[in-house]
Design a binder for this molecule. Structure first.
Ligand SMILES: [Zn+2]
Length: 283
């Protein structure tokens, strides 16, 4: 992606080296929903468990975080991508007669407190509707490369765009709708709704990528990097890697094929209109 020398977002909070731990866990309600790209501790349970798993890594340290050159570059990259999402989504919202409010991106290391509770890096990048913030430990970039075999800057851009997609869903009321539906659904039915919700975030990431391409920001291979990442974080692929088999009823994010498909659909369409995953007969 062409990102060097371009505007970086000011909506970035650097909490690296500080660690979370004093966090209360908000149960139920909007603040309790945590929207993760991928739950990386599949063998160990659900997101709630991960959030409960507060790590004590020295909270409140006063030493400034010592970043490596690679981290410095990554932090800059992430801030530029965030700025691009602000530009694209405020345009799209304006066309709908709505106002886009920018989310904040929190960079952290190890663990972090959010309005959705305390989370560790193990949960992966996530968005919390309760405080409109995206949380990311930049080491996820290495995880993408090494564990998920999805290298490249645009793989990381996709991850950010997916979480921003959850912010868009929150602004459009879709998140609250899913939250309300939760009480009426059994686990299997709720999981199915969650899959549609997550695939929509992938679609919205694709919408952003379409506009990035329109601004001539993509380089050869970028789209493929995003598609590879979307595929790598599919429920079936992750479960097979973790436990040797996949349990479709437990899927919450969609299969690798579905994630790729909706990301690509968003990329092709470039508008919110084609992204009704909830009404789609087939995912
Ligand atoms: Zn998600």
């Amino acid at each position: 992606m062409k990102w060097q020398g371009r505007r970086a977002s000011a909506n970035v909070e650097d909490r690296r080296g500080r660690g979370g731990g004093g966090g209360k866990l908000v149960g139920g309600g909007i603040g309790g929903i945590i929207l993760v790209l991928v739950i990386t501790l599949l063998s160990g349970g659900n997101a709630g468990d991960v959030l409960n798993n507060v790590m004590s890594n020295g909270s409140g340290g006063s030493e400034p975080y010592q970043e490596s050159a690679q981290e410095q570059e990554l932090a800059q990259f992430v801030s530029v991508v965030l700025a691009d999402t602000e530009d694209v989504w405020s345009d799209i919202f304006a066309q709908m007669g709505k106002t886009y409010t920018d989310p904040t991106l929190v960079m952290y290391s190890g663990s972090v407190d959010s309005a959705c509770g305390t989370a560790t890096s193990a949960v992966g990048p996530f968005y919390c509707p309760g405080d409109s913030k995206l949380y990311i430990d930049l080491s996820f970039y290495d995880e993408l490369q090494q564990r998920f075999k999805a290298p490249g800057d645009f793989a990381m851009a996709y991850v950010i765009a997916h979480e921003v997609g959850h912010h868009v869903q929150t602004l459009l009321g879709t998140t609250a709708k899913l939250d309300r539906a939760r009480a009426q659904l059994d686990e299997k039915a709720y999981n199915q709704q969650q899959v549609r919700f997550e695939l929509q975030a992938d679609y919205l990431a694709g919408v952003w990528a379409n506009h990035a391409q329109g601004m001539d920001l993509l380089e050869a291979g970028d789209l493929e990097e995003a598609l590879t990442a979307a595929s790598a974080v599919g429920d079936d692929t992750i479960q097979k890697q973790a436990q040797g088999y996949a349990v479709p009823d437990s899927f919450t994010h969609g299969t690798s094929e579905q994630r790729k498909r909706w990301l690509y659909k968003g990329f092709e369409n470039g508008t919110i209109a084609g992204g009704d995953t909830f009404g789609a007969a087939e995912l």
